[in-house]
Write a protein that binds this ligand. Structure first.
Ligand code: MF3
Ligand code: CO
Ligand code: CO
Length: 257
């Protein structure tokens, strides 16, 4: 259907927004330590984005979301709301999801951090989730399909005895935060939309240590947790399909792109 193909001037703006979103994750890393609250992390990111980067934090007021970033700790799958009373402790894992708007264009990226020294079983989940994202990124090129992306993520997750969340997915992105297509993280090779040069979208797999089923908090309307309360991890990048492959618009300097 109506998937937007970005023009060169739009792609240039997506590159800038992507780099700025990546920079926020680099900036916040040293603050992710035992004793910090997710409310603190939100304030630090908000002030950096607004005052230094001069970007708009896209989550703030997005469909009523109350904060500038998402902070999803342990069994929280996604869309965790930062709070001053939620203090991180040694051994927690936390996904920080950053979306900025610069010059009208969005950059969306997230990373799961260990708080203090990584715990082995958590590190395995976090690492396999990142491998799923990287394997998917590596097959992106014109002619590949969305089903190819879902398939490679599901294969690698399930081979490692993890489950893939179905209810939330990657998405087209540009002047609109969430646009077509939906990029699901499971599926069959060769099915679904064919990728074309100039498409921009995210891949953002959520893997659970236990069962794939999730629960939405009825009270706050946002926080998604695993039903079985076991750990969940997520990583996200914003991508551009190029003439012969992919550019990772939100790549950090320490990544192999
Ligand atoms: N950044 C999330 C994504 O990857 C969306 C967050 S929407 C919010 O698509 F409202 F929760 F911020
Ligand atoms: Co996203
Ligand atoms: Co995001």
């Amino acid at each position: 259907m109506s998937v937007s193909i970005k023009k060169p001037d739009q792609i240039e703006k997506m590159r800038i927004a992507g780099k700025l979103a990546a920079d926020v994750l680099v900036m916040i890393e040293p603050f992710v330590k035992p004793g910090v609250s997710t409310g603190d992390l939100d304030r630090i990111c908000h002030d950096f984005m607004v005052n230094d980067q001069k970007v708009i934090p896209a989550p703030l007021n997005y469909h009523g979301f109350p904060k500038s970033i998402c902070t999803s700790v342990n069994e929280v799958v996604c869309h965790g709301i930062p709070a001053d009373k939620r203090t991180l402790k040694e051994g927690d894992i936390i996904n920080i999801d950053i979306t900025v708007i610069k010059d009208g264009f969005h950059g969306d990226t997230s990373k799961t951090f260990h708080v203090g020294k990584p715990i082995q079983h958590a590190a395995r989940l976090v690492d396999v989730t990142l491998e799923c994202l990287y394997k998917a990124i590596n097959i992106v090129k014109p002619g590949a399909t969305l089903g190819d992306i879902g398939h490679i993520i599901q294969q690698h997750a399930e081979k490692n005895y993890y489950s893939v969340v179905r209810e939330y997915c990657g998405h087209g992105i540009g002047e609109v935060f969430h646009e077509e297509p939906q990029v699901v993280h499971y599926g069959k090779k060769g099915t679904g939309m064919i990728l074309q040069e100039g498409m921009t979208f995210t891949i953002e797999p959520m893997l659970n240590a236990g069962k794939r089923h999730v629960k939405l908090d009825k009270k706050d309307g946002w926080t998604v947790t695993t039903k079985d309360k076991r750990l969940s991890a997520q990583w996200e990048h914003t991508l551009l399909v190029t003439n012969n492959g992919v550019d990772v618009l939100t790549a950090r300097p320490d990544e192999p792109f």
